[in-house]
Design a protein around this ligand. Sequence first.
Ligand code: FES
Ligand SMILES: [Fe+2]
Length: 376
Amino acid sequence: MNPQELLILKRMKSAIDSGRVEDLCTSSLKVPIEEFTDISIFERELKTLFKKYLLPIAASDEIAKPGDFLCREVLGQSYILTRDKDKKVNIFRNVCKHRGAALLECETKGNQKAISCPYHAWTYDLSGKLIGVPEKSVGFPNFKESEHNLKPMPFRESAGYIWFCSEEVPSSFGALDLFAEEWKNYELASSVSHFQSQTLVNFNWKLGVNAFLEAYHFNSTHPGSVAPYYVNNRFVFDKYGENAKISLPMSSILEQFSKLSPEKWEFRKHVNLVYFIFPGSFIFVLPDHTTVLSFQPLGIDKTRVFADFRILPGPEKSERYWQKNIDLFKKALKEDFEISESIQRGLASTANRFFTLATFESPIQHFQNSLNTLRS
Ligand code: FES
Ligand SMILES: [Fe+2]
């Protein structure tokens, strides 16, 4: 255990012993319901947040070998990811340079040397270079292939994921640097996917984010799934700019705190680390696995949730063990999604003009304050 982890455990113990979360916020915060219903706020968020900040688009190992490619939709736009012959990752918009046809169907995957447009068969290698134009000498005088290559988009690989920004402007890669060292220690880049899902849900993306930025609801929302594994509503919260890290104590930590002196404490075994990458992505690090969760808005009350359950390097465990964990994860997600959909429906009733966030819902308060500052 490193000194930073020991410090987190000491803060965690004091939160549990004192029966309260650290006073990071001194007052409650009123959030107007327009946050989730006003289309002008939503459009501003798309423009100023989702097109400029990072999103995970695919796991690095989904395109592990030279020749691997896949097509994925993010925020309603389609992208091609490739691992070219030099093992380099490339991201391109899924749009042909001739007359704009989609080169691949969404979620197509495979391994080949080149991608050919289904319309007139212009062909690109996996680094985006145009390598074939049928009837070129007949119909395209003075044609320069180099002017028609697919343009690679900026991205960064971190924590075993490919992160990108859908606008071709320098994006906030710094968020990944903040946690790079910790993720390296936890071997996230060596994690392997065991279950992946994309779910369309009927709530505003921020309701989804809010559900993972507090531990107040565990006992009441998740009694039959994850609640027994956690200490309800006690955690350690650290801000990293608009990003955050929440260290959630698992129930097993209580025995450690009551019976062992700090030099014998263990960290990884008893803590679920929640890394929040603003605006809408999470990486959860548990003792033997990690999950990636990303909320991607499709409309003011429509969101696509991407989830990936990934096994970390360590002693081999049975398929039954993993399946039980995945079932728990899916059950908890379903419970959170159902509550969030009920909130979205309730917004239309005009029963509330605002929501009231407790002082211990401090990570949501921080999120809301970041939104107020960054989307203007
Ligand atoms: S649109 Fe792709 S080859 Fe014509
Ligand atoms: Fe939850």
